[in-house]
Write a protein that binds this ligand. Sequence first.
Ligand code: MG
Length: 314
Amino acid sequence: MPATLRKPEVLAVPASVVYSEELETIKQPRRTVTLEDWKIGVFTSVDAGLGVDLNVAHELGIPTIQIHAPHQGNRTQETADEILARLSQFGISVTAVFGGFEGESYADIPTVVNTVGLMPLETRNSRLAEMKEISDFAKMIGCNVIALHLGFVPHDKQDPGYAEILSVTQELCDYAKDNGQALHLETGQETAPALLEFIADSQRDNLFVNFDPANMILYGAGNPIEAVSLLGDKIRSVHCKDAKWAANPGEEWGEETMLGDGEVGMDDYLRALQSIGYRGPLTIEREIPQEPARQKEEIGHAVQLLNRLKKEIL
Ligand code: MG
């Protein structure tokens, strides 16, 4: 079947889902996505996190990056100036600064619940303070988006933890807004409808989504293609990452794979992003820093795949 005729049904919206007029726009492309859009990006790290070094982005000719915030002692003007000098030399722009924290572990799903993001109570206040620092650091490098994994938000809205994490998120949104920034929540742990409700409950106009289709599969949080349609305009940045479903989704991890080898369906994914009028960068994320040569090679493969799909789709 010709590529242009493939899978219109992936954008169908389940009848059971009730949502706002704003999301009605997903039925018609809001804006035409062109080859000038969807700049290729890669997730990078300076001294912390699982991304690649800036040099890899440069060597692969990638024009945009998301960057994992440096370690606590290095969120200084001096570090910012060093990064800015390298970026200027390479002609690379930063589209988001991601927060991450000491003590986080993605070993398995229960460990994520206990260690990741702003949910764990014992580190919540110190990590919120760190996120504010990261917002200030992002401002130093001229970036108007900060992002993070919030952690596992309680599914039951009556759980006191729900109101608590909502309040923390509101405080962070307000801080970011004063710095002229939006806050993007990394997807994965929540289903798309739960994430939409959380954003609506926050009553903040600078809270959006960094969509990661592989995480939906890894955590067993729902079909990523349907999630793109549901989240629609709330998606303001994306990861291009792939994964295979676990035998028991939600109870055990799925398996991250090279882009194109998993079960996201990159063609369907990009078409879904096109249908919601997403024009931002396509940021490749491949979290195997323990194998830097393979990481670079697979990111290079991902760049080729995305460029080929862009030409086919746009
Ligand atoms: Mg991600």
